[in-house]
Design a protein around this ligand. Structure first.
Ligand SMILES: Cc1cc2nc3c(=O)[nH]c(=O)nc-3n(C[C@H](O)[C@H](O)[C@H](O)COP(=O)(O)OP(=O)(O)OC[C@H]3O[C@@H](n4cnc5c(N)ncnc54)[C@H](O)[C@@H]3O)c2cc1C
Length: 412
């Protein structure tokens, strides 16, 4: 079998996984990473603990404008238990499930162990890593690829894997150069936007609530229908600038895509109690009970008081509360429109929405449909999932396919 060179552009989650599956005699596998060290997002993921995978996953939790059937083909290529086994048995990284969130972490709670495990395995199989090597140009020259680095050097490759990520948190190395490179080769991108990013508000009363966190249900209705829209249940945090927490991050793309217009309301139900449960509570309480006593008993006091002030029910007893006031209060408690005015953008976004359409790659090998010998994987593709390990799952699955695909083509 001929000795072929496979070059991987980007030493992040997808690139390292691709290297593991591409490497092995007789081929030469070289990872080019522009930063002084690889895998910077792996290290900051999950607050430094790296939420490697989810413990359960459904395909409909992902967002893409590409064909669902292409996505499912890729998604089903490496089962969740298969991925877990790979981390535990092949990489030697024991995993644990965090019960309250269902997220999977290394038992050591150290993201560095995940990065080291991936690097060790890639090196053990014979891959090499070159850091401070930013790829600035790619051209096809007959049967080979010419890859030019920022310093002026040009390298040759028989197969090329692009694993340069998206635009999120550019200081980790993913500033969009990879997207520019694939566009120059004729690939298109579905509209790119920051996702899983905190939201901002100019509404002052909410700045005063900074630090309050609670479990909520957040709705992004479709048209007027809450049922048809998307919803997220879990943590919500008031920050000094706006809103964060898992529910806000998970639905932030709706706000980002509407970019602050009133077209996309995000509605909060502050507690598991829905409108019926609140009505029932008011009905069964003694007429002399202060409404504020009932609401403060359920919610953090500063938040309860803000909602009571806004609904005009602060000074009312159960008997004094007029019907319109009661309806307004219940609305505030269960369908509160979040007055967001913007978002934190790519600087804080955990992922990039949009990207290269899945229709432009072969879902079995991740090979470009435009260029034989070119493979794409990870965040550069048009797909993202919620927080909870879903995005690494995608990076691992697509990285593996691309590595196998590149290895296979080099063997033909
Ligand atoms: C703060 C934060 C926390 C996160 N936490 C989690 C989590 O806990 N669980 C989860 O599932 N997901 C998490 N994510 C998302 C996850 O990190 C990404 O989905 C994943 O890293 C994407 O992998 P990737 O390899 O495609 O891109 P990246 O990890 O971004 O890797 C791309 C690599 O390519 C390099 N590169 C870019 N351009 C070039 C070039 N021209 N030449 C050479 N090298 C280049 C970059 O320097 C980088 O190292 C988090 C993201 C952030 C920002």
């Amino acid at each position: 079998m001929a000795n072929k060179r496979i070059v991987i552009v980007g030493g992040g989650a997808a690139g390292l996984m691709a290297a593991i599956w591409a490497a092995g005699e007789p081929h030469e596998v070289l990872i080019l990473e522009r930063m002084p060290s690889p895998g910077r997002k792996i290290l900051i993921a999950g607050g430094g603990r790296c939420n490697v995978l989810p413990s359960q996953v459904r395909a409909n939790q992902y967002h893409t404008e590409s064909s669902q059937s292409l996505f499912k083909k890729i998604f089903q290529s490496w089962s969740l238990p298969g991925q877990q086994r790979f981390f535990e048995e092949t990489l030697g990284i024991p995993l644990k499930i965090e019960e309250e969130t269902g997220k999977v972490f290394p038992t050591s709670d150290r993201a560095a162990d995940v990065l080291q495990g991936l690097l060790n395995e890639a090196m053990r199989r014979g891959a090499r890593l070159r850091v401070k090597s930013s790829v600035e140009g790619i051209i096809r020259d007959g049967a080979c690829w010419r890859v030019s680095l920022a310093e002026g050097e040009t390298l040759e490759a028989d197969a090329l894997i692009i694993a340069t990520g998206g635009l999120s948190v550019p200081k980790t190395g993913s500033d969009g150069t990879g997207i520019r490179l694939v566009r120059a080769l004729g690939h298109t991108t579905h509209t790119l936007y920051p996702a899983l990013t905190p939201l901002l508000t100019t509404y002052r009363p909410h700045h005063d609530l900074a630090g309050i966190s609670l479990n909520v249900t957040l709705f992004a209705p479709q048209g007027n229908s809450i049922k048809k829209g998307e919803r997220a249940e879990g943590g919500f945090l008031f920050t000094h600038r706006g809103y964060s927490g898992p529910t806000v991050l998970d639905l932030s793309h709706h706000a980002v895509r509407a970019r602050g217009s009133a077209a996309q309301p995000l509605l909060v139900q502050w507690l598991p109690m829905d409108a019926e449960a609140w009505e029932a509570l008011f009905l069964k309480s003694a007429p002399t009970t202060h409404i504020r006593t009932l609401v403060r008993a359920q919610l953090p006091t500063r938040l309860a008081d803000m909602l009571l002030e806004e609904s005009g029910a602060m000074e009312r007893t159960v008997a004094e509360l007029r019907r319109e006031e009661r309806l307004r209060l219940v609305e505030c408690l269960t369908r509160y429109p979040l007055p967001y005015s913007g978002d934190e953008g790519y600087k804080k976004a955990e992922i990039t929405g949009g990207g290269v359409p899945l229709g432009e790659i072969n879902p079995v090998t991740m090979e470009s449909r435009l260029h034989p010998g070119l493979f794409l994987c990870g965040e550069i593709l048009d797909l993202f999932g919620p927080i909870g390990g879903y995005n690494f799952l995608w990076a691992w699955a697509t990285g593996r396919l691309a590595g196998q695909g590149a290895r296979h083509i080099s063997e033909v």
